[in-house]
Design a protein around this ligand. Structure first.
Ligand code: ZN
Length: 377
């Protein structure tokens, strides 16, 4: 029999250790922390970033797909005090018309629809004019803004799907940026992605599990620009089109709030929205609070919610998702999940509430969006 002292003499390699695969590790926090259940937002919410319809891709618009009916959305909205959902991916032309008819026109004040560029035409010689005309057409149909997916910068190529990647600040889009500016249609733009998506998928990558589950989300290597190059290209268009209002989605780059602050200070036409980044804001709650306090007139509520979305629990449109956002913004609760999922889906961290005061909450929940979208209270 080994004495307690001699057990230490066994070399580590010979001790039998149980190996636990990381995906099976589901630690339960032993902190006895306070939990506030925030079932309804303190003020009516405009969710600036949702996807109820999907209406296009690089190959052409295809047929519009509704992830849920208006009625299905309204049930959640009424329970959670969501006044308006902004459906960003409305496409253009006939698709856009369907989205507007079934959502915005059928339920005034409850839904807003944005248009999207005709990416499949971007290689055509007359594209700049055609695109500017499509913006005019979208505006006449009732679209309230323009959505730019990260398609621009990361997927769109010179021959649409082949050739060199088209830069975000490519001149062929100048007419489009000007057209939306002249029509007071804000641009909701998503460029780049979490910084870890641009780094090797190795043991040092904080999103290893997320990237391991979705390797196609990685933009490391190949001919992709760096995270910062994409961000700087976006700054070029904000610089060149000062009359056009840009809502940089996902806090523009929530890992680096000092950089986003620098951008907001320089570009008065820049705004940000918080969708799918409370996992970043909520693990730097003091910096996040100061950031939101400083830019309280240019920051908006958003979730990136997709009805029945299954791939990404941090984006599934349901009651629990909104309760987490409200808890983050309204309470000072500590160490809670940022997504309704058994394992934190973006990375194994938890977040802290920032407890915004009422006058900032109102701005974030609806007043800033109302102003930018030209809505009356
Ligand atoms: Zn989105």
């Amino acid at each position: 029999m080994l004495s307690a002292a001699s057990a230490f003499l066994i070399p580590p390699a010979e001790q039998t250790k149980e190996v636990l695969p990381v995906e099976q590790f589901q630690p339960r926090s032993m902190l006895h922390v306070h939990e506030t259940k925030v079932e309804r937002a303190a003020y009516p919410v405009i969710d600036m970033h949702t996807h109820i319809t999907f209406a296009g891709g690089l190959e052409g618009p295809g047929e519009i797909r509704f992830a849920a009916s208006a009625e299905e959305c309204l049930a959640v909205m009424d329970r959670k005090n969501i006044r308006t959902m902004v459906n960003l991916t409305g496409g253009y032309g006939a698709n856009l018309q369907q989205a507007i008819d079934k959502l915005q026109t059928a339920h005034p004040g409850r839904f807003i629809v944005f248009t999207e560029p005709a990416w499949s035409k971007a290689a055509d010689a007359d594209y700049p004019r055609v695109q500017a005309d499509l913006i005019e057409d979208a505006h006449k149909r009732g679209a309230k803004g323009l959505k730019i997916l990260k398609t621009l910068g990361l997927y769109l190529r010179e021959n649409v799907t082949t050739g060199k990647l088209v830069r975000i600040d490519d001149r062929r889009f100048d007419l489009m940026w000007e057209a939306v500016g002249a029509l007071n249609m804000p641009v909701a733009i998503h460029s780049s992605d979490p910084e870890a998506f641009f780094l090797p998928i190795d043991r040092y990558n904080e999103r290893w599990e997320e990237l391991h589950a979705h390797p196609d989300w990685s933009f490391y290597g190949k001919d992709f620009p760096s995270n910062r190059e994409l961000q700087e290209a976006r700054r070029n268009i904000m610089r060149r089109h000062p009359r056009t209002q840009f809502i940089c989605l996902h806090v523009a780059d929530s890992e680096d709030l000092a950089y986003v602050s620098e951008c907001l200070d320089e570009h008065k036409n820049m705004h940000v929205e918080i969708a799918a980044r409370i996992g970043e804001l909520g693990r730097q709650p003091r910096t996040a609070y100061q950031f939101i306090e400083k830019y309280q007139d240019r920051l908006m509520f958003g979730t990136d919610a997709i009805p029945h979305g299954t791939q990404t629990p941090q984006q599934v449109f349901n009651d629990q998702l909104y309760e987490i956002y409200y808890r983050f913004l309204e309470t000072r609760d500590e160490y809670f999940d940022y997504a309704p999922a058994p394992v934190p889906p973006q990375g194994r961290w938890r977040i802290y509430g920032i407890g915004l005061p009422d006058q900032i909450l109102k701005k974030v929940y609806y007043q800033n969006a109302e102003r930018l979208l030209g809505l009356s209270a």
